[in-house]
Unconditional design. Structure first.
Length: 551
């Protein structure tokens, strides 16, 4: 064992300026080489020691019962006690802030300092018991704030923010970056965020469990590697995970490498997951369910959807029970978004239907809005969607399974399964597809192929001013009105393994695989042989209609 004096360089960004600290300390090193060669090996060893020491940081313990802010904070027995002490501290790369399990704090956590790629700053728990809880009590619009800091990883906290009255813009966690440049590696993992009472009205500021926003005119700012994973969000008004960014194409500076994965959203009445001003966002393995019917009739909301974002992938998500009085679909490809892919998802029992594809024609082809282009919707299952039980006051019972409106161009919808429930005569909306114009232009170049439309009651389609809408190789089984022209259509029972299967979870979807002698076997149109089906099978030269290509 040898001991060396080494300099520990800690780089961090403060107010957009790169700064550093140096600490001289002794570092023990075990030598694995049988002997040190002259010059070269010794230099490499010293470099290794310095690099290792650069990734180290301090550990701070926070104990709400037995702590004291006069303590060093570096051991459980000498822990700090308050959020104020944490908020006063500018943390350094590699630092860890550990809150005691089972303890509770009231107030806000406002973090300072930045980590580095090799040494992010971490927040976590220590000890046994429930996750440590921080209750904002409505004191500010957030309980946890990260502003103009980067390389943070935050795990295993419980967060609430309930005030005496609802306040527009109130949230649980806020992540803000303004005039900062590229803001890297923010991780929220395994958080429980609940009982946030923001406003129900979107234009007034709404409210959310998690809100991120990048902005700035003097220094363009964006997030790179923002991760929101394994969180449980519930009883939050209005929204789940929403954002703000550079939505105007003349100021385009999208956030990159945003990942929203494996989160559970419950008892959230508004928008579930909405990236804004991003490129390449991945939204997967999330569940949104049991949305309360509390939004006013003027409010539009949906489950998972991009707004002014490109190349978004939405896959392996389940959305059910959305009850917004306007829209209320499980999934949406929205305003000024290009190349959205909605695949391998499960949508069921949503008042507004399965899918919205839309754009506002009032500002199309301006610096703000280049259009909603090239949406792909494939290998999804929709069961019992479009079941709005009352008139909304905006457009009767409006709730088609799919609503495509405004200047949406080149939408491709293929290899999906739609199980359409019967509607009470004279009530409800029995339409599968409705196309209309939002602000002027109509949808064009919309393509439906290899889908199964299984109607248990009478169902219909509505087309008007749309152009170049094509249906090919779809299966229609049931009683249909205004059936679209499809020269290669199949009009037989598709032969599901169990068409009456219902419930939550992707295991249900195996029931909508085809039996061996199904008329949909080999009856599909070849579209993209490189894209696997819902179960991982690739289509051959004679693809099947529906969600599986298993034979």
């Amino acid at each position: 064992m040898l001991w060396f004096f080494v300099f520990d360089y800690s780089f961090y960004k403060s107010n957009g300026i790169i700064q550093y600290n140096t600490i001289l300390h002794l570092q023990p090193v075990s030598i694995k080489y049988p002997q040190l060669q002259k010059g070269r090996n010794l230099s490499l060893l010293l470099l290794y020691i310095i690099l290792v020491s650069c990734s180290q940081g301090k550990v701070y313990y926070i104990d709400a019962v037995n702590g004291n802010d006069n303590n060093s904070g570096h051991f459980p027995g000498s822990a700090w006690i308050s959020l104020a002490k944490v908020n006063q501290t500018v943390f350094q790369p590699g630092d860890k802030i550990l809150f005691k399990a089972g303890d509770t704090w009231t107030g806000q956590l406002e973090l300072k300092g930045s980590g580095t790629p090799r040494a992010p700053i971490q927040i976590n728990r220590y000890g046994k018991g429930k996750n440590p809880a921080i209750h904002g009590k409505g004191g500010r619009r957030y309980t946890l704030l990260l502003k103009n800091i980067e390389y943070w990883e935050i795990r295993n906290l419980e967060i609430t923010n309930t005030g005496k009255d609802t306040v527009p813009g109130r949230g649980g966690v806020m992540i803000l970056a303004g005039n900062f440049g590229d803001c890297h590696h923010i991780v929220l993992d395994s958080l429980e965020i609940h009982h946030v009472n923001g406003s129900l009205i979107k234009k007034k500021g709404g409210g959310s469990a998690i809100y991120w926003r990048n902005y700035g005119d003097s220094v363009k700012t964006r997030f790179i590697d923002l991760q929101i994973t394994n969180c449980h969000l519930h009883h939050c008004t209005r929204n789940g995970i929403v954002s703000g960014g550079y939505s105007n194409r003349s100021k385009w500076y999208p956030s990159l490498k945003v990942v929203i994965r494996n989160n559970l959203l419950e008892q959230i009445p508004g928008d579930g997951i909405v990236p804004i001003g991003t490129d390449g966002t991945l939204i997967e393995y999330n569940v949104m369910r049991d949305c309360p019917d509390v939004l006013p009739g003027s409010e539009a909301a949906a489950g998972i959807w991009p707004w002014s974002s490109d190349n978004t992938i939405i896959q392996f998500n389940e959305v059910s029970g959305h009850k917004a009085k306007w829209d209320g679909q499980g999934f949406d490809s929205d305003w000024n978004s290009q190349n959205t892919i909605i695949q391998y998802n499960y949508s069921h029992d949503n008042y507004g239907g399965f899918l919205l594809v839309c754009n506002n024609g009032n500002n199309i082809h301006t610096t703000r809005n280049i259009g909603t282009l090239n949406t792909i919707v494939r290998y999804n299952v929709s069961i019992n969607d479009g079941i709005r039980p009352y008139e909304t006051g905006r457009k009767d019972w409006f709730s088609p399974i799919m609503h495509i409106t405004g200047p949406a161009d080149n939408t491709r919808i293929y290899n999906n399964v739609f199980i359409i429930s019967p509607k009470t005569s004279g009530q409800g909306d029995n339409r599968i597809v409705v196309m209309n114009n939002w602000g002027g232009p109509w949808p064009k170049n919309t393509f439906f192929a290899n889908n199964i439309f299984y109607a248990k009651g009478t169902a219909s389609f509505l087309f008007a001013g749309d152009s170049n809408t094509v249906f090919s190789n779809n299966c229609f089984f049931g009683n249909f009105e205004k059936l679209p022209n499809d020269k290669a259509a199949v009009f037989k029972d598709p032969g599901f393994k169990n068409v009456n299967a219902r419930g939550e979870g992707f295991e249900v979807l195996k029931n909508f695989m085809l039996i061996k002698n199904s008329p949909c076997r080999g009856a599909g149109m070849k579209i993209n042989a490189d894209v696997p089906d819902l179960f991982g099978n690739r289509p051959g030269d004679h693809p099947d209609i529906g969600i599986d290509q298993s034979l």
